[in-house]
Design a protein around this ligand. Structure first.
Ligand SMILES: C[S@@+](CC[C@H](N)C(=O)[O-])C[C@H]1O[C@@H](n2cnc3c(N)ncnc32)[C@H](O)[C@@H]1O
Length: 255
């Protein structure tokens, strides 16, 4: 089986051969293909421009960053923050030397699935950036692993560090009339049988593995944190036929 990290690395312009350790549950699927798919969505749905200053929250092993190296101009700024040290180490070692405008920071925030020993609560964490620093902020497959208080604080921080003309691109599993019916009919990849606070989860013993939110609840959160919920582009995670990607994508702007 070919190694997605080796493919990522080879997609980079610098040709030093490195095969980083693969972390399970982070880059599932073909990282290179998914990175390219999302670059297209960032531009076509999210309106990303090559000159934008970009924040990638939960940057993992650089799956999206690698794709962005082909698009962002050297004058733009890319910042990735992540709670898994190996993801930051790999990205800093393999991306930053060739693309100096790409920077990765480890944040010691707790998530029972990804960083159970983290020292800081996600519900209280302050992003290490000044107000209004970014034009484009994205989270791919991150809020699908974050509980309500944590998600709320992150939306508040996203709103704080987003510029007035900026955009957010965030993926979710959104519960609405259509996805609820598909789940009931047994067509969904995730059954989400358990209620947990104001969200639904797939695994009772591991809540942060898969988390879905009511679309109405997310719309309320956007309002509360001065963000406009501009559009939703629904995914096939629930068995939807007409879809854009796997997870649902929400585009936001600053209110
Ligand atoms: C499924 S992975 C997706 C990684 C990356 N966004 C991508 O699309 O390749 C989920 C990521 O969210 C990160 N994560 C979970 N909780 C987080 C938090 N509170 N702050 C930042 N990252 C977090 C995990 O460490 C993990 O890298």
């Amino acid at each position: 089986m070919s190694n997605p990290f080796l493919r990522i690395y080879n997609a980079l312009k610098g040709k030093r051969k490195v095969t980083p350790k693969q972390e399970p549950n982070i880059n599932s699927g073909d990282a290179d293909v998914i990175g390219k798919e999302f670059l297209k969505h960032f531009v076509e749905i999210g309106g990303l421009k090559s000159s934008d200053d970009v924040l990638d929250v939960g940057s993992g092993y650089g799956r999206m960053a690698v794709a962005l190296t082909d698009y962002l101009s050297p004058d733009s700024r890319y910042e990735g923050i992540e709670i898994i040290p190996q993801g930051i180490e790999w990205s800093s070692k393999n991306i930053t030397p060739n693309f100096k405008n790409f920077n990765f920071q480890l944040i010691d925030v707790k998530n029972d699935r990804y960083n159970p020993k983290g020292n800081q609560k996600a519900s209280e964490f302050k992003f290490p950036f000044e107000d209004e620093s970014f034009d484009f902020i994205f989270l791919t497959s991150v809020f699908t692993h974050m509980l309500p208080d944590d998600l709320e604080n992150y939306l508040s921080e996203i709103s704080r560090v987003l510029r007035k003309s900026g955009k957010t691109f965030i993926t979710y599993f959104l519960l609405n009339d259509e996805s609820r019916v598909l789940i009931k009919e047994g067509k969904s990849h995730h059954k989400l049988p358990y209620k947990y606070e104001n969200c639904r989860i797939e695994y009772e013993e591991d809540p942060e593995h898969v988390i879905a939110y009511e679309e109405m609840g997310i719309r309320e959160f956007y309002k509360k944190y001065n963000l406009n919920f501009v559009s939703a582009h629904y995914g096939n995670w629930c068995g939807r036929i007409d879809h854009v990607s796997h997870q649902d994508i929400v585009i936001g702007t600053k209110a």
